[in-house]
Design a protein around this ligand. Sequence first.
Ligand code: GLU
Length: 317
Amino acid sequence: MNPEENTADLVARFDFAATLARIAEEVRDLVGQGKVAAYIPRLAEVPADRFGMAVATLDGRVFEVGDAATPFSIQSISKVFTLTLALEALGGDLWKRVGREPSGSAFNSLVQLERESGIPRNPLINAGAHVVADVILSSTPTAQADLLEFVRARADNRAIVMDEEVAASERDAGFRNAALANFIRSFRNLDNPVERVLDFYFHQCALQMSCLDLARAFLYLANRGRCQRSGQSVISAERAKRINALMLTCGTYDAAGEFAFRVGLPAKSGVGGGIVAVVPNALTLAVWSPGLDEKGNSLAGAAALDRFTALTGLSIF
Ligand code: GLU
């Protein structure tokens, strides 16, 4: 990007349709490689050979390629939505119960939690998301419905659902999450019964959204906390900044450093193979391909985001 060029001008005249088509072609050999998450049995059934990508710009345009309209299980990407709701519910006091540092260990690790007395390193690992879920449950009697409503409003799509079969499948295999939540509760960092926290958590992970839905839904984080369509405040500009910072440092598992190095954007991934990235003041990107690398990020998805920032120069660095 020419440094004199204004991002808004660049976005307005950039041929994103052609860029996405080119990227889909370039990453084609990676699609189907990697491993589809199998520890949640229902996710193992998703065909590995899918690839979709979408861009949503702050001037209201949307571009797509491949399977961008196919809903998939967003899994950990949901942690960004719940963090938004928990920050609104509790404000800065949230940070007494969860940290803001990269964990440097797996997203479902137990070891660190013991050393750090039940205060999870950050809200984007599983333990942190359990605390965030607990905060939301304490703030409203209709937590699950509120989350669904929030996500539908952000994506402007009333058809978004939580897949009950995915939630049940994860619950039946969710021994590690149960261990984490019980452990946190033993340190008195959960107020609600562990079963309620886990039920909410498994349902948030079971949200089914497409790349188009996710790109639209994340626009408030590219737009200083404001809804791109209505202009209304979803969250303050300061909180949007903090959430983006956490995505950059903690959003892509134990590969966040490598991801920032390669892609240079705040992003959140999920084991369903989705990754959402934010170009502040410009646009959002969502990509989906179920084959994961050894750290749990979509193999073709990460490559596609890497190519996007290389081809367009749109990164935060
Ligand atoms: N529901 C998944 C789990 O708790 C989410 C993992 C992820 O997407 O990072 O294991």
